[in-house]
Design a protein around this ligand. Structure first.
Ligand SMILES: Nc1ncnc2c1ncn2[C@@H]1O[C@H](COP(=O)(O)OP(=O)(O)O)[C@@H](O)[C@H]1O
Ligand SMILES: Cc1cn([C@H]2C[C@H](O)[C@@H](COP(=O)(O)O)O2)c(=O)[nH]c1=O
Length: 271
C-alpha cells in the first residue's frame, strides 16, 4: 500500500523535476516503514508528519527567503548578494506574472482584483512552487519571497479587503494546504527587509512599473501590516524559520553597509 502511495505521489509531482531522474532526486519524506530505503531532509521543511517529496543530497545546503513589502529593496539586496560565490539568488518570477502566453495577470489583477485575483494568485502559487523545487546549484540559496508570503500576505490581503470571493479563497487555500502538506518547501532563515509603507511608496513610484501605477499608499500599508503580524508579532500564521530583521528605510549606501554587517548571520544559516 505504501508503495502504491509512493508511486501515486511521484506520478503527481514528478513533472516538477523534469531534468532529474526519479531514483536519485525525488524522495518521499521518511516514514518508519520507508525509512530503510529512503532519506528525508533533517532540517526545517515546513511541516512534519506527512510524506513529502524532497530532493536528495541537499541536506547541507541552506535556503533563505528574502521577504518584504513591494519595492522594499529585495531585488537590490539580491543583486548585492549574487556577487558572493556560495550564494545563488532566485528572483521572483514577476516577468511571468506580467506575461503568460501573451496575457498579463498582474495587470489584470490591479485593474479588477475581484475578477482576476484568483487567476493571478493561482499562477503565483504555481510559479513560486516551481522556484522552491528547483535543484540547488550553490551551498546557499537566497530567494525572493516564497509560496508562504504569496498566500499569507497577498491572498490574505485580497480576501480580507473583500476583493476576493469566499469561494476563490477556499479553492486557493485548499491548494496551498495540499502543497505544503505533500511537498517539502525547505527554509532555514527568513530575512525580512523592514520598511515603512511610505518608503515603499516612494520607491514604487521611482521604479515606475506600469501595472503598479494604480497602487495607493493604503495598499502598501495593508501589505506592511500583514507582514508585521506574520513575521514580527507572530499574530497570524506559523513562521517556518527564524527571522532576521534588517531595517531597510535607509539609503543605498547604508543598506550595503547593513548587508555586510549581516553577511555572517546569513552565511551561517546552513550551519
Ligand atoms: N536603499 C534604497 N534607497 C533608495 N532607493 C532604493 C533602495 N533600494 C532600492 N531602491 C530603489 O527602489 C526601487 C525598488 O527596489 P527593488 O529592489 O526593485 O524592490 P523590490 O524588489 O523589493 O520590489 C528600485 O527603483 C530601486 O532602485
Ligand atoms: C508574491 C505576490 C506579488 N504580487 C505583486 C506585488 C507586486 O506588484 C509584484 C511583485 O513585485 P515586488 O516588487 O517584488 O514586490 O507582484 C501579488 O500581487 N501577489 C503575490 O502573491
Amino acid at each position: 500500500m505504501m508503495v502504491d502511495l509512493l508511486k501515486e505521489l511521484c506520478r503527481v509531482v514528478l513533472p516538477l523535476y523534469p531534468h532529474k531522474s526519479l531514483s536519485t532526486q525525488v524522495l518521499v519524506r521518511q516514514t518508519p516503514a520507508l525509512g530503510k530505503h529512503l532519506s528525508g531532509r533533517s532540517r526545517s521543511c515546513t511541516s512534519v508528519n506527512h510524506r513529502k517529496l524532497v530532493r536528495n543530497g541537499e541536506e547541507k545546503k541552506s535556503v533563505i527567503w528574502l521577504e518584504g513589502n513591494i519595492a522594499s529593496g529585495k531585488t537590490t539586496c539580491l543583486e548585492y548578494f549574487s556577487k558572493t560565490s556560495e550564494i545563488e539568488v532566485l528572483t521572483e518570477p514577476v516577468s511571468k506574472w506580467r506575461n503568460v502566453q501573451g496575457c498579463n495577470p498582474l495587470g489584470l489583477m490591479y485593474q479588477d482584483p475581484s475578477r482576476w485575483g484568483l487567476t493571478l494568485q493561482t499562477y503565483v502559487q504555481l510559479t513560486m512552487l516551481d522556484r522552491h523545487v528547483l535543484p540547488m546549484s550553490a551551498p546557499i540559496r537566497m530567494m525572493e519571497r516564497s509560496i508562504y508570503s504569496a498566500k499569507y500576505i497577498f491572498v490574505e490581503n485580497l480576501y480580507k479587503s473583500g476583493k476576493m470571493p469566499e469561494v476563490d479563497f477556499a479553492v486557493l487555500s485548499e491548494w496551498f494546504e495540499w502543497i505544503i502538506k505533500n511537498i517539502a518547501i525547505p527554509v532555514d532563515l527568513i530575512v525580512y527587509l523592514q520598511t515603512s509603507p511610505q518608503t515603499c511608496y516612494e520607491r514604487l513610484k521611482q521604479r515606475c512599473r506600469e501595472e503598479e501605477k494604480v497602487i495607493p499608499l493604503e495598499y502598501l500599508e495593508s501589505i506592511h501590516n500583514l507582514y508585521e503580524d506574520w513575521l514580527i508579532h507572530h499574530k497570524s500564521f506559523e513562521v517556518p524559520a527564524p527571522v532576521l530583521v534588517i531595517p531597510a528605510d535607509h539609503d543605498l549606501k547604508k543598506m550595503l553597509y547593513q548587508y555586510e554587517e549581516n553577511r555572517e548571520k546569513i552565511l551561517m544559516a546552513h550551519c
